[in-house]
Design a protein around this ligand. Structure first.
Ligand SMILES: [Zn+2]
Length: 357
């Protein structure tokens, strides 16, 4: 049985492949372990890998593939193997497929260990490895059972891997998400993908894993068992279609969510536009009011100014008084003028007085 285990960091694929190793007697091959081992033994490939790791870079695909080829050529991998942590992207999947075809060890199945991201965080912070025996535990989900069940009846010497610290976890999960989706599609297209719900008790998950692998194991078994193989394959197809249905459902749900988000966005934009229009209208109204008020004030000021000018242009009080007095005097004179009769009488009196003299 030749398998690839896909799963986020903390999806439990390491633990589950250990269980597969115990049950089926095939080696679990982790490219991480291969690299660490090559670095520790200071092999040429190991030295190259170390240079990249020290620079904080990913190790070149060619180095990893070479290490893998070396490892899978060993006797214990003849009956099968479990690849853990490789491939990480479609390019690696392609080169791996080419290499395995060359060595006549094609994959039987690719298992996706499916776990919710929130669950992953909790699992990752609890992961511990034994320095002495290399076994992986989890202080939350898979603590060491006995006090002295390590090598030589000693206690396990647990430590947290440096790449399990919380600061790097979210980055690793993001990278995983971005890289694994295309890989999942890649293996689904090749009908190799098995999705296993990897949340819950270890043994329950392992049972699900075994169930998913039943088809692969059957497909890999000898010729004389072809008949049962076919029937199992048929049931496998049914399972596959149910997985497909689940995926279709998820896609539909995603589409619905996307549509809803779009609608909300459109609504928000509309609301913003309406508010902007309202604000502009208000500003215009205020501007119009200000102009009106300014015009009124200006009119009032002009009127006042005109009044002032008129006032300033008026003759002085003394002159006006003199003119008024003159007018009154002339009117008095006119009013006090004797009539023609009186004036004739007076003239006659005057003339008679002159005659008398
Ligand atoms: Zn140990």
């Amino acid at each position: 049985m030749r398998l690839v285990l896909l799963g986020a960091p903390g999806s439990g694929k390491g633990t589950q492949s250990q269980k597969l190793v115990d049950k089926h007697g095939i080696p679990q091959v982790s490219t991480g372990d291969l690299l660490r081992d090559a670095v520790a033994r200071q092999t040429p490939l190991g030295m190259q890998a170390k240079a990249a790791m020290d620079a904080g870079k990913l190790v070149d695909d060619a180095i990893v593939l070479a290490l893998l080829r070396e490892r899978l050529a060993r006797r214990d991998a003849k009956r099968g193997f479990i690849l853990d942590g490789y491939p990480r992207n479609v390019a690696q999947a392609d080169t791996l497929a080419a290499m395995l075809e060359e060595t006549r060890q094609p994959l039987d199945a690719v298992v996706l260990m499916d776990v919710d991201t929130r669950v992953l965080f909790r699992r990752l912070t609890g992961r511990r490895t034994c320095r002495r025996c290399g076994r992986v535990f989890n202080v939350y989900t898979h603590p060491p059972t006995g006090l002295r069940d390590c090598k030589g009846g000693k206690e396990h010497d647990l430590f947290q891997r440096p790449d399990d610290n919380e600061a790097t976890i979210s980055n690793r999960l993001e990278v995983y998400e971005a890289q694994t989706q295309p890989l999942v599609s890649y293996y689904r297209r090749r009908r190799l993908l098995k999705v296993v719900d990897a949340e819950g008790e270890l043994d329950v998950v392992f049972a699900r894993l075994e169930d998913a692998l039943a088809d692969a194991a059957a497909a890999a078994s000898p010729r004389e068992q072809r008949r049962p193989v076919r029937s199992r394959r048929a049931s496998g197809r049914a399972k596959g279609s149910s997985v497909n249905d689940t995926l279709k459902g998820a896609a539909r749900k995603a589409a619905r969510i996307e549509k809803k988000a779009e609608k909300t966005a459109r609504k928000t934009v509309k609301r913003a536009e309406k508010q902007a229009k309202r604000t502009v209208a208000k500003a215009e109204k205020a501007a119009r009011k200000t102009v009106k008020r300014a015009k009124k004030t200006a009119k009032r000021k002009v009127a006042t100014a005109r009044k002032a000018i008129r006032k300033a242009a008026r003759p002085s009080l003394a002159k006006r008084t003199k003119r008024a007095v003159g007018k009154v005097a002339s009117r008095v004179r006119k009013a006090t003028k004797p009539s023609a009769k009186t004036r004739v009488k007076r003239a006659i009196r005057k003339a008679s007085r002159r005659l008398k003299r």
